[in-house]
Design a protein around this ligand. Structure first.
Ligand SMILES: [Zn+2]
Length: 133
């Protein structure tokens, strides 16, 4: 975890809510954006992850993170923090690497196809499998 943003607010009943947005970098999995909410006085795990927009919540809430409900203002703050975290060089670099890998894979496949590889039977049948039906 190298970059952290904290968003804080108070619920209608005065409980302090803290949502910590961070960028976790692991060797095995690469970069991950983590979103972890905490509510003052609640020690049980209320879940984590990106805010999920849902309808039908009370008190003008528009989204949830685990069991935490968020109104539009706070949801936007968390979403903005996630976008900010994604401006980190480590995240951008990884996205570029993923894109480059996908491009290479696509090109390799297009090249295979041009050389007679058949997507239908997954072999170099040069289209024979369909021609001999
Ligand atoms: Zn074939």
């Amino acid at each position: 975890m190298n970059e952290i943003k904290k968003i804080e607010w108070k619920t209608l009943t005065g409980k302090k809510v803290t949502v910590t947005v961070g960028l976790k970098i692991t060797k095995a999995l690469g970069c991950m954006v983590t979103v972890r909410p905490e509510i003052e006085g609640i020690s049980t795990d209320i879940g984590s992850g990106n805010p999920r927009r849902v309808s039908g919540l009370t008190n003008n809430c528009v989204a949830t993170i685990g069991k935490l409900a968020l109104n539009e203002e706070n949801c936007k703050k968390v979403e903005d923090a996630i976008e900010d975290i994604k401006q980190q060089p480590a995240w951008i670099k990884e996205q570029e690497q993923i894109k480059a890998a996908q491009k290479t894979e696509k090109e390799a496949y297009a090249n295979k196809k041009a050389n007679g590889f058949c997507p239908r039977c997954q072999s170099y049948c040069f289209g024979d499998c369909q021609g001999q039906r």
